[in-house]
Design a protein around this ligand. Structure first.
Ligand SMILES: Nc1ncnc2c1ncn2[C@@H]1O[C@H](COP(=O)(O)OP(=O)(O)O)[C@@H](O)[C@H]1O
Ligand SMILES: [Mg+2]
Length: 356
């Protein structure tokens, strides 16, 4: 996949950040620089949405107070199972529906203002276009909405349709297009005005493995170009390599959020070690000493011992090995997968009686 370069027009709007942005502490870990309002490209503060359904207007609480802050240049994965409120959040962010409570800020201000909206490229969950249009015509239409000049429209359309692999199909009506091809048209139109922030709802869903790979490559290229990427997914493992931080939604609430590396590292950390210990008469006693370390599960191997232990116990293990005349051959931190993290959070929430 060719690299997506950011063209001219990066500064459609020069943001005047007058409103202080609430900083979400979980997104602002100790190792990173403090988040200034200029860095906050998107923030949600207690976002809530209740739909009324049926004749009696039964309330459906799609969002129950979601808060997050996204930095400029960050790639944030908005994750959660179907029905958890991802699309509802995104529709509130791009102004397609109104939140029942809470606040959205884009580029430090009101998301409804045209200059801010012009800096956002939106890919809906199921891009829908009139099926008699061709990709070129869709791009023309969107370009006019963004107020782009005829020359810019033509140049950018040509370039982007090529980048998403639709150059051959650019003049064919969409009615014969597969879901994957329509998704690429959706992606191309979202990039047309060279927006700074991309908000993509399930960009990887409904694609075959090759299509997924291509879209992931596009996302990686955008990331490398310094674009800010907010995208949703219900396939957690799909996006592990694509985002710096995640917000995991469960039934309308954020159950975990922060830098991916921290989330996958920080909780109930375990390490796996392989150690050599001296052979001979002292070996059983050495094994007993190591096995007595708190939280250790020890397996005796022909060539040493394998230990799974809380990471906090690693210094104690090393000290003991030194005393016993042994040494550490391998040490690896065990990593939770996103799925495991999500399940743990969701189960914990159920145990806590539904409180996030
Ligand atoms: N227009 C609507 N009217 C009524 N309920 C809705 C509407 N849109 C979404 N919902 C409900 O809100 C919840 C969250 O939906 P959604 O945001 O689409 O979740 P996700 O995108 O995570 O799959 C679901 O229970 C869904 O049925
Ligand atoms: Mg959705």
């Amino acid at each position: 996949m060719r690299r997506l370069a950011s063209g001219a027009g990066d500064t459609l709007f020069s943001p005047a950040h007058t409103t202080p942005v609430q900083v979400c502490p979980t997104m602002n870990d100790a190792n990173s620089t403090p988040l200034s309002p200029d860095d906050a490209i998107l923030s949600l503060d207690g976002l809530a949405k209740t739909f009324r359904v049926g004749f009696w207007g039964r309330p459906v609480q799609a969002l129950r107070g979601v808060s997050l802050t996204m930095r400029r240049g960050e790639s944030l994965g908005y994750l959660g199972p179907n029905g958890s409120g991802k699309t509802t959040s995104i529709k509130c962010i791009v102004g397609l529906i109104q939140a029942s409570a809470g606040k959205v800020q884009l580029f430090g201000g009101d998301p409804g203002e045209a200059p801010r909206r012009a800096k956002v490229g939106y890919l809906p969950e199921s891009p829908y276009f009139y099926d008699y249009l061709t990709p070129i015509e869709v791009m023309e239409y969107v370009g006019k909405l963004y107020g782009m000049s005829a020359r810019d429209r033509a140049e950018r359309s040509h370039k982007l349709l090529g980048q998403v692999g639709l150059d051959q199909a650019a003049k064919r009506p969409l009615r014969g297009f597969s879901k994957g091809m329509l998704q690429r048209v959706g992606i191309a139109q979202s990039l047309l005005a060279d927006p700074e922030l991309l908000i993509w709802d399930e960009p990887l869903s409904g694609l075959d493995p090759m299509g997924r790979k291509e879209v992931r490559d596009i996302m990686a290229a955008l990331r490398a170009d310094g674009k800010s990427l907010f995208f949703s997914s219900h396939v957690l493992s799909d996006i592990e390599t694509l985002c710096d931080s995640v917000c995991i939604l469960d039934r309308g609430q954020a159950v975990a959020q922060g830098r991916l590396s921290d989330l996958l590292r920080s909780e109930e950390l375990e390490s796996e070690a392989v150690a050599e210990i001296p052979s001979g008469d002292n070996r059983p006693a050495a094994i007993a000493t190591l096995a007595a370390l708190p939280g250790v599960v020890l397996t005796d191997l022909p060539s040493g011992v394998r230990l799974v232990l809380p990471t906090a116990q690693v210094p104690a293990l090393m000290a003991k090995l030194l005393e016993l005349g042994g040494f550490l051959r391998e040490l690896n931190q065990r990593r939770d997968s996103l799925e495991e993290l999500f399940l743990r959070k969701a189960v914990k929430r159920d145990q806590d009686g539904g409180a996030a």
